[in-house]
Design a protein. Structure first.
Length: 62
């Protein structure tokens, strides 16, 4: 444990859990607003935008 951890009193696991929840909430807000969400396709090794209707737009290789 470093000095910052002891000052905040939050474990790394708890911080990670809170970060993931914040990302999930932000993505839900984007879906409601109709804004695309940036994601990454591990199988294709490419980033893409996912729209609320489920459509995906992959980045075009240059």
């Amino acid at each position: 444990m470093n000095e910052l951890d002891s000052m905040c009193g939050i474990s790394d696991e708890e911080l990670t859990k809170r970060f993931k929840e914040a990302v999930r909430i932000e993505n839900e807000i984007k879906k409601i607003k109709g804004v695309p969400i940036a994601k990454y396709d591990k199988k294709l090794n490419k980033p893409y935008l996912e729209y609320p209707d489920g459509r995906r737009e992959y980045e075009i290789d240059k």
